[in-house]
Each structure stands twice: as C-alpha cells, then as structure tokens.
Design a protein around this ligand. Structure first.
Ligand code: UDP
Length: 462
C-alpha cells in the first residue's frame, strides 16, 4: 500500500509572536511525517530568510512561500489596523491560489490548513474549497475565552458594541476563572483607540468562522489556565510550543540572533542576571528608555538587555544616558536580538524584565524564571495579571504621575523580587507542572498525539 503524506498549508498572522510558534508547530509536524507549505507575507518572508543562520536547515524541511500583504513597500507594518484590513482584502485570493496550485501538482492535494484564529477569512477560504481546517491560537486561552465571550459581555452591559468598557470592576468570565479587569481586554489595550471598533468587527467574523473549524488548537497548557480550557472545551491545549524546546532552536526570527550573549552569560554566576526584553513591537520614548537604563545601572545587578533597532522612538546610540555604557562596563551586555529561549534556559538568569507577550511568558514559565512585568499593549496586560495575581511568579512595575516607570521603581521592584525567594519557589513549581504537560503522557502531549492522529487518518493520508 502506498503511504500518503499529509500536506498541510500553514499561515500565521504576520507578526513575530505568531510566526515563531506556528513555525515551531510546523517543524513538529514535519517530524511526524507531514509535508508543510508555510505562507508568510513577502515582507516577513524576506526577514525570516535574511535572519537564518548558516546551519539553519528549515528550508530543507518546510516549503517556505510568500504572498503580498497588499501594502506598499514603504508602508508601516506595525500599523496593525492598516495591515489587518489589507490582509483581509488581498490575501484570501492569494491563499486560494496557493491551495489550488498544491492541489494541481500534489496528487494527494492539501490535507488541511492550519491558520491563525485571528484571520477568520482564511478559515472561510478553506471552507469554500472544502478543505479541513484548524484554527491556531498562539496566545493565552484566557484571552481567547474573552474574545469568544464578546456577545455575552455586550449582553451583560460590560462592553458596548464598539468594545468600549462600560463597567470597570473586575469580572469572572466563568466561575472557575480568575477575576479579570475589563480594561485589560485585548481590544481595549491598543495605543490607537480606533483599533477597538476594527477589532470588534474582526472578532465577530472570526468567532463565526471558528465554529466550523475542525480543531481550535492553543499554544498553552491546561495546567496554566484550567478555568479557561474548562470554559471552552473545544479549545485544545498543545503547548507551550516554543518553551518545550523539543527542537533545540527556533526558526522564523525576523532579526538575526546574536548568540555571543550566551558566551557572556557563561561567564556570569548562577542566578545573577536580569534578562530585559520587550518582544518585537514595544516602543519606548526617550525618557522611558533612559529611566530604564538608569534603573538597571542603579540596581548594581548584572543584566542582558535586548535593544531592538526600533525599540526607541527617535533614538539611536545617542539615546543612552551620558556615560551609561562606561559606568556599567562588563556588568551589562546589550544585543539587538537574542536567542531568547536559550537565554531563559541559562543557569545565570535570575529574572526576566518582560513586556509579557504570551510567548515570552510561557518561555519564562517553562524555565522557572520569575518576572518583572512591563506590559505594553494588546494581551500583555491580561498576561501580567496571570503572572502577578494568579501564578504569583512576578511583580508589576507602576508608572509615576508622568506616566513613566521611574528608575527608583525599577530598582525597588528588583530588590523586592531578589529579596523574596518565594517568587523563585513558585516559579519552579509552575515550571514542573508546565513541563510535565509537554512530556510523554502529559496533557498537551496527549492532545498533540490526538491531533496528529486526526491529521493522519483523514483524507490525504493513510
Ligand atoms: N524573541 C527572541 N529574541 C529577542 C526577543 C524576543 O527570540 O531578543 C522571541 C521570543 O522568544 C518570543 C518572540 O520573540 O518567542 C516574541 O513573542 P511574544 O509573544 O513574547 O511578544 P511579541 O513580539 O508578540 O510582542
């Protein structure tokens, strides 16, 4: 009998925190004997290719293809409103084209598509072509639960149809979920307030389309958010994906990783370094950037700091406080992009000053590293509340009367975190729970096994 190989089309939302986990999932699926065509936007495809290291063989494992995102080359891809609208307009036809081409040249055709849950139009394309479909949610199940609950939140008078918050007191989405602050809902946490209404429209379409998906898989573990998974049992936990380090290193970075920082970490004592990183989107103004630098300086602690080229609004090398680099000397190490999972797994790391993006959150949790939380936007405030109030593995940083997190606040919270061993103890407990979920026989591992079984036993495979 001929063994048919399932051919899967995977397409992430075009942002770093979406591309990395879907790429990881794709590599897991390749290991299970699947063929993957991975669709990036042309803009991101170029960045991914340019950031691959010499010994990265992802291109031999995955068919990396690209389609236009509909924006002009000079346009700003961090304008998420413009980008999201353009994708919905331009990409359905392109996705359809890729699927039809595979169906023409691969005799087995496309076995299923795995597309970002935030792109309901992609699920619609697969529906139209009668292809099995999987919605992939790269973030917390609790955030997805809040999105699925939008109609109820409107009915209960907590938000209006535009997503504006009408009641600010804490609520529980279900009796088993922790209290959440409505002003932390993902659609309410964008600097550009016109995003609210746009997200509400997208959410309505996505919530409708996802009802007809064969699977909704989530980059989280039941052990992390039991209440959210109980509330929506159709959401299947298979993660954390990147944190489980099954494959050793991640593929899909938008910037080349600077691995020299690992050598610097090797020279530092165990449990001594603060890792400071804000993911791919966060922007700090000059005052905030300088306060952070001065906070790190006055902490007298060792630090590894990721300063992306576009982290500082209107800033370059001259943005650092005068004499900062000389004063901190070899106690601090600065890179443009780090191999983050390897950094967080390094024994020298004591805590993570993080923007609380979901991937960063689960990567830190899986390594038993406590947090100092500095959320910027989107789901990061929600994630902070899990870190600080539910799991109790970190402390939040408060802004002063000028809306700035001051150097004293940074130093004080560092001292508090380093001075209280219970944060590390709880972080290690949580690490043990989460890591058991992805090991053989664990909840996420079993769910992934079921998922693979479904992929292999259906059309396009034997
Ligand atoms: N990351 C990295 N190197 C860095 C900073 C971040 O590899 O210097 C990775 C990090 O490991 C994570 C992703 O980029 O997997 C960022 O995703 P997250 O959800 O944390 O934040 P976002 O970028 O979406 O705000």
């Amino acid at each position: 009998m001929v063994q048919l190989i399932p051919h899967i089309v995977a397409m992430p939302y075009p942002a770093q925190g979406h591309v990395l986990p879907l790429m990881e999932l794709s590599l897991w699926l390749v290991k299970e004997g699947c063929k993957i065509t991975f669709i990036n936007t042309e803009f991101n495809h170029k960045r991914v290719i340019n950031s691959l290291s010499e010994n990265d063989d992802v291109r031999n494992k995955i068919n990396l293809v690209s389609v236009p995102d509909g924006l002009e080359p000079h346009e700003d891809r961090t304008d998420l409103k413009r980008l999201t609208e353009s994708l919905a307009e331009v990409m359905p036809g392109r996705l359809e084209g890729v699927i039809k081409m595979i169906n023409e040249f691969d005799e087995n055709g496309v076995s299923c598509v795995i597309v970002d849950q935030s792109m309901g139009w992609a699920l619609r394309v697969a529906e139209k072509l009668n292809i099995r479909r999987v919605a992939f949610w790269p973030a917390a199940a609790a955030t997805l639960a809040s999105i699925f609950s939008v109609s109820k939140l409107i009915d209960d008078g907590i938000i209006d149809h535009d997503g504006s918050i009408l009641k600010t007191q804490g609520i529980k989405l279900s009796p088993n979920m922790p209290i959440m602050n409505p002003s932390d809902f993902i659609w309410a946490c964008f600097p550009d307030k016109s995003m609210n209404k746009m997200i509400m429209n997208v959410v309505a379409e996505n919530n409708e389309r996802v009802k007809f998906a064969d699977w909704v898989i989530c980059n989280s573990a039941k052990e992390l958010e039991p209440g959210a998974f109980d509330m929506y049992p159709q959401v299947s936990p298979i993660g954390p994906l990147l944190a489980s380090n099954r494959l050793g290193s991640a593929a899909g970075n938008f910037w080349p990783e600077d691995s020299n920082c690992l050598k610097w970490l090797d020279q530092q004592p165990d449990n001594s370094v603060i890792y400071v990183a804000f993911g791919s989107f966060t922007i700090l103004d000059l005052t905030q950037f300088q306060e952070l630098a001065l906070g790190l300086e006055s902490s007298k602690k060792r630090f590894l700091w990721v300063v992306r080229e576009d982290l500082i609004l209107d800033g370059g090398d001259s943005a650092y406080p005068k004499g900062f680099k000389d004063r901190v000397g070899s106690r601090g190490h600065i890179v443009k992009w780090a191999p983050q999972q390897k950094v967080l797994a390094h024994p020298s790391i004591a805590c993570f000053l993080s923007h609380c993006g979901w991937n960063s959150t689960v990567e830190s949790v899986s390594n038993g590293v406590p947090f100092l939380c500095w959320p910027y936007f989107a789901d990061q405030l929600f994630n902070q509340s899990y870190i600080c109030d539910v799991w109790k593995v970190g402390l939040g940083l408060n802004k002063n009367e000028f809306g700035v997190i001051g150097k004293e606040e940074i130093k004080n919270k560092m001292d508090k975190l380093f001075g209280d061993e219970t944060f590390k103890e709880r972080a290690l407990d949580l690490q043990a729970k989460v890591n058991s979920s992805v090991k053989k026989g664990g909840t996420s591992n079993k769910m992934f096994g079921k998922f693979i079984g479904w992929i292999k036993t259906q059309r396009g495979a034997i």
